[in-house]
Design a protein around this ligand. Structure first.
Ligand code: PHE
Length: 452
């Protein structure tokens, strides 16, 4: 299909795709979710399995999404519609991009609330509230935020307004410029903080927790959680990368671009762990604390640091921007579809979707206080959304998308996409997707569900 078919414009340089895709991948998943899941799943064993999942499942699936997006150069819904009209695939496959869109929508409902916590902490950081804070003080600060739905609502609303305004513009505009600055500054800041945290905290125990493991720590539950997090963190299984692939220049090798995105994503997650765990062990914070882990440990670092107010401000600003560059990719699928199919202005489409997300987000933030009742399986509304998206919808979406690409899209169509100077990329990727990633995802997901 000619590049001119694309309605939204092609990224102006091949590198821009890498920045935009990394912007989608790097976010709260790396700095908030990865450390607490590492804590809950026993440390080193989880990290080892997580790396394998990124490489054997995440990377091939990411490449599949991007390749499909670039082949057809349209949004995922119209792409599959188009393929079914041309009788390349059965019309039932149209269900898959819809599922992907719904998954992105549901993730955004809680992602925005957590990004709201980051905004609340940005506010506290610049006001100097972390100065000299103790572990008890940091825990109280977080508990007070959770107990104040009005404040959470304010920040959730601010964040959603930012998402709507950003997605309302064309994604090819501005995004890569922001990420190009954000990523290096984020990595350097995390490096400095990790160094500082290891100096004041318990480096030895942190490193042994993060990097030492034994075989018996690897349970099916650990593996399922790692797959879920790998998909979440790489933003695959819900069409976000598909949408970005549609804007990718043909000059870029998909294998190379995607490997870089996976590398950056893992680097940021490990750095976040190196910032948080030395403190967790020296201040006796519960490693299994869950979603509060990052928000309780970070203020302690900044509280004792010379110039801590400045660093805290910079850090939480970076976190908010990283969350924003991820959140926009969750709405992109539906916004691009509404725009391309019904010619609805992007801003209008974004506003419409944003309001719906905002409403559901209110129920999420209430589940931390007034409505913390367990709905099913002992989970409250937030936990339910988190688990259903990570452990069911993302894996199922990733499996179906991969099966579509590996078994139903004609080989020749994809081969053209994957052609690079080193032609063996294609076979390598195609086999990995068919014979490793898809079977692994199916076995792990099913085994995890029945709790083997
Ligand atoms: N990858 C993002 C993060 O790590 C979250 C995300 C999930 C973004 C799914 C888009 C789609 O924070």
């Amino acid at each position: 299909m000619p590049e001119s078919r694309c309605l939204q414009g092609i990224w102006s340089s091949p590198w821009i795709f890498i920045f935009a895709a990394s912007g989608s991948a790097v976010g709260l998943g790396n700095i908030w979710k990865f450390p607490y899941m590492l804590g809950q799943n026993g440390g080193g064993a989880f990290l080892f399995v997580y790396c394998l999942c990124l490489l054997l499942v995440g990377l091939p699936v990411l490449m599949a999404e991007v390749a499909l997006g670039r082949t057809v150069r349209s949004n995922p819904i119209d792409t599959v519609n188009d393929l079914s009209e041309r009788r390349i695939v059965h019309s039932a496959w149209v269900f898959v991009p819809w599922l992907a869109g719904v998954t992105g929508f549901l993730i955004l409902t809680f992602y925005s609330v957590i990004a709201g916590w980051s905004l609340a902490y940005l506010d506290r950081a610049v006001s100097g509230d972390f100065k000299g804070i103790t572990q008890v003080g940091a825990t109280n600060m977080f508990d007070t935020l959770l107990a104040t739905p009005t404040e959470m609502l304010l920040w959730h609303s601010v964040f959603m307004a930012l998402v709507v305004l950003t997605v309302g513009q064309s994604v090819t505009r501005g995004l890569s410029a922001v990420v190009r600055v954000l990523l290096p500054v984020l990595v350097v800041t995390l490096l400095l903080l990790a160094f500082y945290s290891m100096t004041i905290g318990n480096m030895k125990e942190a490193l042994s927790f993060m990097f030492r493991w034994s075989w018996q720590d690897i349970t099916f539950e650990v593996v399922l959680s790692a797959v879920g997090l790998a998909l979440f963190s790489l933003s695959v299984g819900m069409g976000a990368m598909f949408a970005y692939g549609a804007y990718m220049s043909k000059r870029m090798s998909i294998a190379r671009a995607c490997s870089i995105v996976v590398g950056v994503d893992l680097l940021v997650a490990i750095l976040a762990g190196l910032v948080i765990f030395p403190l967790v062990f020296s201040f006796n914070i519960d490693v299994e604390a869950g979603p509060s882990l990052t928000f309780v440990s970070l203020p302690i670092i900044f509280g004792g640091l010379l110039g801590g107010q400045f660093f805290a401000g910079v850090f939480f600003l970076l976190l908010v921007v990283a969350a924003l560059t991820s959140a926009i990719s969750m709405l992109e699928l539906f916004v691009a579809w509404l725009h391309e199919k019904f010619y609805i202005a992007r801003l209008k489409a974004a506003l419409f979707m944003g309001i719906a997300v905002w409403f559901v987000g209110i129920a999420v933030l209430l589940s931390f206080n007034h409505w913390d009742s367990k709905i099913v399986f002992g989970l409250n509304f937030f936990e339910l959304l988190d688990e259903v998206t990570s452990l069911i919808l993302l894996p199922v979406g990733a499996i179906l998308l991969s099966v579509l690409v590996a078994w139903f899209i004609p080989h020749s169509m994809l081969q053209n996409e994957m052609i690079t100077k080193q032609a063996n990329h294609f076979q390598w990727w195609y086999k990995a997707l068919k014979y490793i990633s898809i079977p692994a995802m199916i076995v792990i997901t099913l085994a995890g569900w029945i709790g083997v």
